[in-house]
Write a new protein. Sequence first.
Length: 271
Amino acid sequence: VPRPKFHRACGEPWGCFASHPSPRFGPVVDMLRIWGGDARNTLIFTGPGFNHTAALAAFPNLAMRVSWCPIDPRLTFQQANMVLRDLKPKHLLLPSSYASAPDHTSSPDPRASIVAMHGTVTTFQQHESVHVPMPKRFVQARMTKELALSVRPRTIGDALVCQVSAVLDRREDGFWLDAPRLTDLKELQFSRQHIVWGKPLLEKILQQLKQNGFKEVRLERNDQQTIVHVTALNASVIFGPEQTVIQTTDESARQTLKDIILSSINCLDYG
């Protein structure tokens, strides 16, 4: 804007607010060039966290007045304690300087320090690394009425299972599963899942081996595990208390034994 028109539009004297610690870039540079030589004008720094005199080092011949009026949008200790009282955080990370009053009294003053009434408090110093435990947990999600009406569960063993395609939505009252719209179907990610549960039934596996023509089967038992040796496949299946292991160098034999084992337990394919 040409200077005469600018002066006529705004009038005199001038006041310039600078919130950044360095008035060396942006519109303030042009304003200081226009107004800096008049002592009637004022430059007002509003940033609370910097030395305003250092910011003026690049302007040694500045004639306009300079004021520092910090505007701090942060919370006071009393306001912060009120927020913590309402939120009740389980784990609070806090600078050490905020956790104790300046006079280091034994009882923290809520007007001059953060007082956590709930959960765990971890304090830290500048440049300090702290370990914060982040336990994994499941979060319950509710179905919308539209999605619930579309569910068709089926019985497998003692459980009711079903396949559900849904959109996970985070709302103020928690997580919701909503029925996908036509516009959502292109973005949904599908993957074929194979879920098994329960323990393999040894008698059923032996019966399946005989039905598939593997009659030379030898059992070996001890206190911890049962080993089934299948001579025709040159393979063994070890049934332990926590896992079942197939030992063979032939991938086709491994797949055959895997299919027989899976037929003896609960299994669900979806996707």
